[in-house]
Design a protein around this ligand. Structure first.
Ligand SMILES: Cc1cc2nc3c(=O)[nH]c(=O)nc-3n(C[C@H](O)[C@H](O)[C@H](O)COP(=O)(O)O)c2cc1C
Length: 137
């Protein structure tokens, strides 16, 4: 798929088939994510791949009960690794890490679309709940 075609064709999808997404595809999506630019090439972003139904259910609860989250075959939680960027860029590292993560998410969504997979960015969630659930400081 042409890049411009992917950009124009992508839409948020909130209904999913039951088909599992194989590890190979997930890895390809992560590779696409990590090819996004990052400040100083520090890759100040991490990804948590959630396949477990119970964790998905808890993510749904953390995300204002948006039910489609629970039914997605894969949920990928993108995390801005502020510490990694701040070690080099100080306070500016916070902004850079968030930008590193969001650039990666956009790559991932476009890569998924180019493979015929539907995605939806979820930004409405209680951060403390996701942090506790996934064990982030
Ligand atoms: C930062 C951000 C947060 C978002 N949060 C949510 C969300 O919590 N739930 C949801 O259903 N969609 C969410 N979206 C998706 C937007 O609703 C969607 O991108 C927008 O309506 C445009 O539709 P499109 O993606 O189909 O072009 C979010 C998108 C962004 C960029």
């Amino acid at each position: 798929m042409e890049c411009i075609e992917a950009i124009k064709g992508r839409r948020s999808i909130r209904k999913f088939k039951d088909d599992a997404i194989g590890e190979e595809i997930i890895n390809e999506l992560l590779e696409a994510a990590m090819m996004a630019p990052s400040a100083g090439n520090l890759q100040a972003r991490d990804f948590v791949i959630v396949l477990n139904g119970m964790i998905k259910q808890k993510l749904r609860e953390a995300a204002l009960n948006q039910s489609f989250i629970e039914y997605a075959p894969v949920v990928i939680v993108a995390v801005a690794n502020i510490g990694r960027s701040a070690r080099v860029y100080g306070q500016r590292g916070e902004l850079y890490a968030i930008q590193d993560a969001t650039a990666a998410v956009m790559n991932l969504l476009l890569a998924a679309h180019s493979k015929g997979l539907g995605t939806c960015w979820v930004g409405a969630f209680e951060e403390y709940m996701v942090r506790d659930l996934l064990g982030f400081a």
